[in-house]
Design a binder for this molecule. Sequence first.
Ligand code: MRU
Length: 340
Amino acid sequence: MKLESISLKYEDSKLQLIDQTLLPFDETWLEVNTPDEMFQIIKTLKVRGAPLIGVAAALSLAIYAKTEKSAELFKSKAMYLGESRPTAVNLMVAIDRLIAVADKNYSFETIESEAIKIFTEDVELCESISSHGAALIKDGETILTHCNTGGLATAGMGTALGVINKAHTQKKNIHVYVDETRPLLQGGRLTTWELDKLGVPYNLICDNMAGFVMKTKKIDKVIVGADRIALNGDFANKIGTYSLAVLCKHHGVDFYVAAPYTTIDFKCPTGEQIPIEQRHAVELKGVKGHYGLVQWAKKEGVSVCNPAFDVTPAELVTGWILDNGVYNQETIKNIKDMQC
Ligand code: MRU
């Protein structure tokens, strides 16, 4: 079976991923042969976005199952890969699914078939989220978004960016403000790349412009993705999301989060329990990309705090756009019922 998206290609046990650290200027595809290579690719954000890392990890484990005959060794490699990024729960959800298959009937065929299912299911989940979300968007609206939540972050059309894409294809005349998303610039580098391809009109802004833009322009909605949603509706997403939610409250702007059920952590009661990934200090002392390394803080003697995600409390959320509909402050109490 052949799988293909804007960020991933898989056929005959050959997995290729677009190197997201080189975008938007350089479209280089990486071949991934082992889960150890996949671990590094995920850790260095060459592949990123909660749903996509789950899908990519699963397919790299399918390749591994071709040569690894021991279910026990397969499971320990899968657990190891699950440690590559701690906040996005989709990674462990995908790995748990493969481990359950390995426990029942371990073979290359059963593992590959489950990994393919994880890919195709994500495509469908994105489609459903996008349709539910697009129904909320009126012609002529302006939407602000953060980080990258499109085809570079999922196997399909995306979550928050999928909603924007769907509204655009429905011929709604929408405009987008794209947060640059410091420190690793997923908005500035990746969301602009996707919006250019989709033909959606946008303005790129620095994260610290969002408040002024809300005050001086007509922002109708903020829509973001999620890396983990707790059972009370609190959710973790790219650092800067919480600040946007607070700004929305002050300015009376609707604040939505869009995600598939695979982003819900059914074992996590509140946002307090969500593990937050702390990343390397070097990411705040400069930037590195196709342009090389630009550094503005000294290598030594500069103390850094670099949480990659923050947690937005449920009380700041207008609506949760999930694959089975849009939840509000009342109905979000029922998300535990989405567990399969
Ligand atoms: O560190 P990243 O780039 O993997 O963070 C990505 C995000 O925070 C996204 O908003 C989230 O994963 C949802 S993607 C559909």
